[in-house]
Write a protein that binds this ligand. Structure first.
Ligand code: PLP
Length: 402
């Protein structure tokens, strides 16, 4: 059997029979909000950490101390990437753990039982907060407008009237993983400042802006306590992330054990992951918007009835194809060599997107909504080729559905 080729390496999947264009053309990977291809410098860093610098950074011999030095250099690199101090960076296993650490610490360090978040947050935040609701916490999920922006008036009202200024935590995302909508930085700043002045904690889920936009615009807000990032969303491997914990703020760990990470996150450090993430962070340049703009232009030229949902970060386009079933479209596109997704990779099943529902998107547009997400490796040629392929898939499915 002829196997498809990605990045010049054949996919080793048994019984993976492709009877489609994928046998003939280079597939186009447009699912980078789910996860990214690992950068070659990150791969090299991992190999060296596995084969050469494999000491445990908590041991005192030369091998251990060599690893410790590398980890601390990597911490400084990640701090530069985030725009914070080295001692504010705690390495974690990824976005979900960072978010859980921030939420857990805030509720344990605050006397209050009230939390403010937003309806369009990622499952890592939403489901953690829903669990807390079962345990006596009051969570208010802010509504959003048709672009996915939360309303600062609603925040003010809830903060003052509903929760009487007694808020343990405000947890909001910087940009949405499904639509790419960037929450207004002025609104985020006001929410974090208000929370701070009333002795609450603030957390920013920056998972989808890391590697795309400058994080310092968020991290340097002195009212923000926690900021989460995840390596695999910006070309580091899976299983590594970080939580920024603002210096001097109260913190209590989620995971207990040894005194790693200054007692803030127990467990032997994932040295290969840490060094790999730092290697990518070192190369960071804010993403250009050219690919996204070209993609939208071509797509709307070819399919004028398509509709763009939200948008903002330079790599994400969420498109609704009216009266088309998104699963059929994603399946057909994958047969044609374009890999995209129906929304969050973490939301399994056929549930309509909670993000689009919160944005008030009409039913026929929700069911046909697909996310295309690019990366720094995406080429103009891929954008152009994909637009033709998407058009042909759409025409085919439209013929069946009408
Ligand atoms: N937050 C957002 C906005 C995400 O998109 C994701 C992953 O899709 C996460 C958090 C969870 O990150 P991880 O996969 O590293 O646990």
């Amino acid at each position: 059997m002829k196997l498809p080729v990605i990045n010049n390496a054949p996919i080793e999947v048994e019984d993976f029979s492709f009877q489609s264009l994928v046998d003939f053309v280079q597939p186009i990977y447009f699912d980078n909000n789910a996860t990214t291809r690992v950068d070659e410098d990150a791969v090299m860093a991992m190999i060296l950490a596995a084969e050469r610098d494999y000491g445990n950074p908590s041991t005192f011999h030369v091998y251990g101390q060599a690893s410790r030095k590398l980890v601390e250099e990597a911490r400084a690199e990640i701090a530069k990437f985030i725009g914070c101090k080295s001692q504010e960076v705690v390495f974690t296993s990824g976005g979900t753990e960072s978010i859980n650490m921030a939420i857990n610490s805030a509720i344990k360090c605050s006397p209050y039982k009230n939390i403010i978040s937003c309806k369009t947050e990622h499952g890592a935040t939403l489901n953690t907060l829903l669990e807390l609701e079962k345990n006596g916490y009051n969570v208010h999920f802010l509504s959003v407008d048709s672009n996915g922006q939360f309303d600062i008036e609603e925040f003010r009202e809830v903060f003052r009237q509903k929760f009487n200024h007694e808020v343990a935590l405000t947890s909001l995302m910087a940009a949405n993983n499904e639509t790419g909508t960037i929450h207004s930085i002025d609104n985020l700043n006001e929410a974090f400042m208000t929370t701070f002045y009333h002795l609450g904690f603030s957390h920013l889920d920056a998972v989808q802006v890391a590697g795309k936009l400058n994080l310092s615009q968020y991290a340097q807000n002195s009212y923000l306590d926690f900021l989460s990032i995840s390596g695999h969303k910006f070309h580091a491997p899976k299983g590594i992330g970080a939580l920024m914990i603002k210096e001097g703020r109260k913190f209590t760990p989620l995971i207990f054990g040894g005194s790693h990470e200054e007692g803030r996150r127990a467990g032997t450090e994932n040295v290969p992951g840490i060094l790999a993430m730092a290697a990518v962070a070192k190369k960071f340049e804010p993403m250009k918007d050219d690919n996204r703009q070209l993609f939208i232009k071509l797509l709307l030229e070819k399919i004028p009835e398509a509709r763009i949902n939200g948008g903002g970060i330079p790599n994400t386009v969420n498109v609704s194809f009216p009266y088309i079933h998104r699963e059929s479209m994603v399946y057909l596109l994958s047969k044609l060599g374009v890999y995209c997704s129906v929304g969050s990779a973490c939301a399994k099943g056929l549930e309509p997107s909670h993000v689009l529902r919160a944005m008030g998107t009409e039913c026929q547009f929700i069911h046909g909504a697909i996310r295309f997400s690019f990366s720094k490796f995406t080429t103009e040629d891929e954008i152009k080729r994909s637009a033709d392929i998407i058009q042909s898939a759409y025409v085919k499915l439209k013929d069946i559905s009408i």
